[in-house]
Structure formats: structure tokens, C-alpha cells
Design a protein around this ligand. Structure first.
Ligand code: TXA
Ligand code: MG
Length: 354
């Protein structure tokens, strides 16, 4: 099987929706990254998602809903969320967040309703739900008439796809259809926030900045501790690592200080790859080739260091370095952890050797 790349015309969206109703999988553009979508209410379709991605079944999936009616009520009516297990406080928080951030890159983890197959939540007592902003995702969910489970459309542990061509290169031999919705506008995955009576917990930084969530809730949001909370609340997050095939070393500081990395020692190979946060690629390449006496391939995330552009380019730049003849990769750390910088820094840490 080789996936057909389809323009998102009404006919092709209808064709993809048909395939979803038959239990097949579709590559779906969203504003964050491309997803591998299947009918969230059909356990057989969901198991195909895990198989295509080679994803361990302890790593649960996000359920994507249509933008028709915002708020918690439709999620309860669909049997996705169990309203009876929502305290007054959590209900208010969820309604406020949905109102402010949906459709958009915020995933909420809430008490799971009766219609959600075990496999979707990996047996956990909560379900992750989000309402994507991308018009093609919205049209597809509407046309399918069912919520769609969709992890990022990469093989497990690999770099998330931000274009339809990336989906084909990751999964083209395993799925029938990919809808081409262009390059993803945000480029990093959604923020995943668990709401519960204790305090909201940030399971994954992402497209919705933590500061904005905190401002809306009027309280700080704790980051799940990798050692304790994550293992219990979202076990799959321990393993995900967005990894290129080649070893990636995070530099100790800004590029100006050379190629010092706490995780790299020994001789540099003949050809290396460098992910720079900002600057001019040709100039950086010339300087690094001079100082290292090696062939250097440089990818710059954003010439002027603008974080939204850096996020959008991050995964494509990692893919380009991975596909180059560089044998070892180095990445300049993200200079800011504010706004999208937090998600970028998180992805680079996970992509690198530790
Ligand atoms: O932006 C996104 O969120 C993209 C697009 C396609 O929507 N999707 C995505 O899915 O990044 P995925 O499967 O690659 O990452 C989802 C993460 C899981 O690794 C897991 O940690 C968390 O969301 N998650 C999902 N369901 C959960 C649950 N029931 N409880 C706790 N964490 C959950
Ligand atoms: Mg993923």
C-alpha cells in the first residue's frame, strides 16, 4: 500500500470520512502537527493506529472533536467525558479553558466517559480531548460524524510530521489516505493539561503557552515531574523522544561559544549538522567550517530568532539534518523558555542524547 496524497476538496474529505467510517486510518492535517486519525469510538480502528505507529499500548491517544458546539455539554452527550466525576471547580476551569482556547492547541485530560474504548486511554481513568483549529481537520471530523483519535502521524518515538509529505515518508506504506492541508501553522504539538481536584498539571508543554493557561486560571500550573507524576498520570510521555536517527547533542550554550556539548566527547566526524536558533545560515556555516575544519550543514530555525517561526520550522529542520550526510548533530539550546520557547526547549531536550 502507498498512501494517496489528496487535496482537501469536499469530494476528497467525503472520501476520507467514508474510509474513517469503515474503520480505516487517514493522515489528517491539524494546526499543530499532522495526526493519524481513526474513529475514536471503534476499538478495531484504534488498534490499527497503534499497529501503524508501532506505538506501545500504554501510551494513550487524544480524541479530536468537531467545533460545532463548544463547552463540556457536547463532550458529555457524546459519552466522551463523565460529567458526574467533575467537581464544581474542575467544571468551571474546563469551561473557561474551552471557551478561551478551543478550537486550538490545548488538550484537556478529563474523567473518561462510557463511550471511550479502553485502548484509547490505555485503561487510564481519564481521556484527553481537543478541538483542532485547522479547517481541514474540522471538516473531516464533521464529515465523519464521529470523534477522531489521532496521535501525531509519525512512527513511535520519531519526529512529528508537519507536512503531508512527512506523513507519507513516516507511514506511507501503512495507510491509504493523507489529506494535504499544507505546512502546519504551529509546528509543535498541543499543550496537554490534566484537570483534577488537586491542581491542574501540565503533562506536556505545547502550542498553548503555559503563561496564557495560568493567566486564565488565575493560578500557577505545575509541570508533571518526569520521575513521579508522569509515570502515573501519562506513562507514554516518559518514552516519547522525537528522535532523529542520528545522535543529537544539545550544546552547552549559544553557538558563538563553539561546539561544546556535555554529551559529546572525542573526534568530530568529517561531516556534522548544526541546528541554530537564529542567524544567517551561510555565515554560520562558513564560520563553523573554518573553526571545526569539518563539513558543516546548518539549519537555522528563524533568522531573527522569532519563536513562532522557530516552532513552525523545528521538526522540518530536524528532518532535513537527519536526511543530510551529517553523521552527528548538534543543537543550539532555545534562548528563551517563555511562550512557545518552553515547548521548543522541551522537544530539543527529548530529541537529544541525555
Ligand atoms: O497536537 C497534538 O496534540 C497532536 C495532533 C495530531 O492533535 N497529537 C499528538 O498526539 O501529539 P500524541 O499521541 O503524539 O501525544 C498525545 C499525548 C500522549 O503521549 C499522552 O502523553 C497524552 O497526550 N495523553 C493522551 N491521552 C491521555 C490520557 N488519557 N491521560 C493522560 N495523558 C494522555
Ligand atoms: Mg506524538
Amino acid at each position: 500500500m502507498t498512501a494517496a496524497l489528496l487535496t482537501p476538496s469536499p469530494e476528497n474529505i467525503a472520501r476520507a470520512a467514508e474510509a474513517l467510517r469503515r474503520g480505516e486510518l487517514v493522515g489528517m492535517p491539524t494546526e499543530t502537527v499532522y495526526g493519524l486519525a481513526g474513529n475514536a469510538l471503534d476499538a478495531a480502528a484504534v488498534s490499527r493506529i497503534f499497529a501503524a505507529k508501532e506505538r506501545p499500548t500504554f501510551d494513550p491517544l487524544i480524541v479530536h472533536v468537531a467545533p460545532d458546539a463548544p463547552g463540556l455539554a457536547p463532550l458529555e452527550q457524546l459519552g466522551l467525558v463523565d460529567g458526574a466525576r467533575l467537581s464544581e471547580v474542575v467544571r468551571e476551569q474546563a469551561e473557561a479553558l474551552i471557551h478561551a482556547f478551543w478550537p486550538g492547541p490545548l488538550t484537556l485530560v478529563l474523567p473518561r466517559g462510557p463511550k471511550v474504548p479502553d485502548l484509547v486511554t490505555s485503561g487510564l481513568p481519564r481521556v484527553a480531548v481537543r478541538m483542532p483549529r485547522h479547517p481541514v481537520a474540522q471538516a473531516l471530523i464533521r464529515a465523519a460524524g464521529v470523534p477522531l483519535a489521532a496521535p501525531s502521524a509519525n512512527r513511535f518515538g520519531r519526529i512529528s510530521p508537519t507536512s503531508a509529505a512527512d506523513v507519507v515518508s513516516e507511514l506511507g506504506d501503512r495507510i491509504g489516505l493523507v489529506l494535504d492541508g499544507g505546512t502546519c501553522q504551529l509546528g509543535v504539538e498541543s499543550t496537554v493539561l490534566l484537570l483534577d481536584d488537586e491542581a491542574p498539571v501540565l503533562l506536556r508543554p505545547g502550542g498553548a503557552p503555559r503563561e496564557d493557561v495560568e493567566k486564565l486560571l488565575g493560578r500557577p500550573v505545575a509541570r508533571a515531574s518526569q520521575s513521579g507524576d508522569v509515570a502515573q498520570l501519562s506513562p507514554g510521555l516518559l518514552a516519547s523522544h522525537y528522535a532523529p536517527r542520528k545522535p543529537l547533542h544539545l550544546l552547552a550554550g549559544p553557538l558563538g561559544t563553539g561546539l561544546e556539548s556535555p554529551t559529546f566527547s572525542g573526534e568530530l566526524p568529517a561531516s556534522i549538522g548544526v541546528l541554530a536558533q537564529s542567524g544567517d545560515a551561510a555565515e554560520l556555516q562558513a564560520r563553523l567550517e573554518r573553526t571545526s575544519a569539518r563539513r558543516v550543514r546548518v539549519e537555522v530555525l528563524s533568522a531573527r530568532g522569532e519563536l513562532d517561526e522557530s516552532a513552525r520550522r523545528l521538526f522540518a529542520a530536524l528532518r532535513a539534518l537527519d536526511a543530510s550526510d551529517a553523521e552527528v548533530l548538534f543543537a543550539e539550546p532555545c534562548p528563551s523558555e517563555a511562550g512557545l520557547g518552553y515547548a521548543i526547549a522541551d522537544r530539543l531536550r527529548r530529541a537529544s542524547i541525555r
